[in-house]
Design a protein around this ligand. Structure first.
Ligand SMILES: [Zn+2]
Length: 308
């Protein structure tokens, strides 16, 4: 007698679980285009492709800028115009410092100067669009090696009305992007294509890892925050990456929306080498997260890895 009712309840619960959407905020660092200090056309091409991908997919994103990239003789206006393009398309810009130093390697005062130098072009542009400069992201995710430096930089950022943007999903796109770029420049389109396919598969590996760790530490999947970079590889794969996220039942939210989750309200006291917000949480809870996304990348792609 009770069996059918039980089965119905199980079915309803399963349907509810399936219908429940995961959420992710996409953030793209080292904008407007990493390692493109010579050719303005490359910066424009990569930026246009990223913007077009996001617009076509109707997906919000926050782009973290290194203004060092704007400071190229004869191209300053052209490069600043790319930032305006992002704003015109409705996307948020954040400060990623001027020249991408690690707070774990340079003195605090030098790092603070680098933050201020990093908003000279961006702040008036953003405010001219009737918006506010809110977000800051630490280069290399390094936020200080001592509690004192860490607290001082958080105080400095708060005084300047910045919010720190953490990350939870990082599938090490820059390693694939470096290998992809080298193969393209060497005229090896066939291997470049193989790297592209391996990269797309790694999108799932990255999300799988963050979803599992999130469930282990919090008992649920918090809205994820994805870190990728403004590079050639993402300019040709972002739509496919987004399709993979949709397949995993993700819907797309702004950084602000994602960070409304109560989990993100806890103070991040982490000091040490970089790492994701989930790794910091694991440390704080005495449950260190053992996950090395880097070493799981095939060795032939991993040659000459570089942190970003
Ligand atoms: Zn960066």
């Amino acid at each position: 007698m009770h069996m059918p009712r039980t089965w119905l309840a199980v079915l309803v619960l399963a349907m509810l679980a399936a219908a429940q959407e995961r959420r992710v905020a996409i953030t793209i660092d080292d904008g407007p285009a990493v390692n493109e200090l010579k050719d303005l056309a490359n910066v424009q091409r990569i930026s246009n492709a990223l913007i077009n991908s996001l617009v076509s997919e109707k997906v919000p994103a926050t782009i973290f800028i290194n203004e060092r990239q704007l400071n190229v003789d004869g191209q300053r206006d052209g490069r600043a115009a790319v930032l305006a393009q992002w704003l015109d398309a409705g996307y948020d810009l954040g400060n990623h410092t001027y020249s991408h130093p690690s707070l774990n390697k340079v003195p605090l005062s030098e790092f603070e100067d680098n933050i201020i130098k990093g908003e000279v072009v961006m702040r008036p542009l953003i405010e001219g669009h009737g918006r506010k400069l809110i977000w800051f992201r630490f280069p290399f995710l390094d936020s200080g090696t001592t509690a004192e430096v860490h607290q001082k930089i958080l105080d400095f950022l708060a005084e300047h009305h910045y919010r720190v943007a953490p990350i939870t999903v990082d599938y090490k796109d820059y390693i694939f992007a470096g290998a992809y770029g080298r193969k393209l420049r060497a005229g090896d389109a066939e291997t470049a294509e193989k790297i592209k396919q391996a990269y797309l598969e790694y999108v799932d590996a990255g999300f799988e890892s963050a979803e599992r760790i999130s469930r282990e530490l919090l008992g649920y999947e918090l809205p994820q925050i994805l870190l990728i970079h403004c590079n050639e590889l993402n300019s040709v794969t972002l739509r496919d990456s987004i399709a993979r996220m949709r397949k995993r039942r993700y819907s797309f939210v702004t950084l602000e929306e994602a960070m409304k989750d109560p989990a993100y309200q806890r103070p991040d006291n982490f000091t040490g080498p970089g790492g994701s917000w989930l790794e910091h949480l694991g440390e704080a809870m005495g449950k260190p997260v053992e996950e090395d996304m880097e070493s799981r990348i095939p060795k032939w792609i991993r040659e000459r890895p570089r942190r970003q």
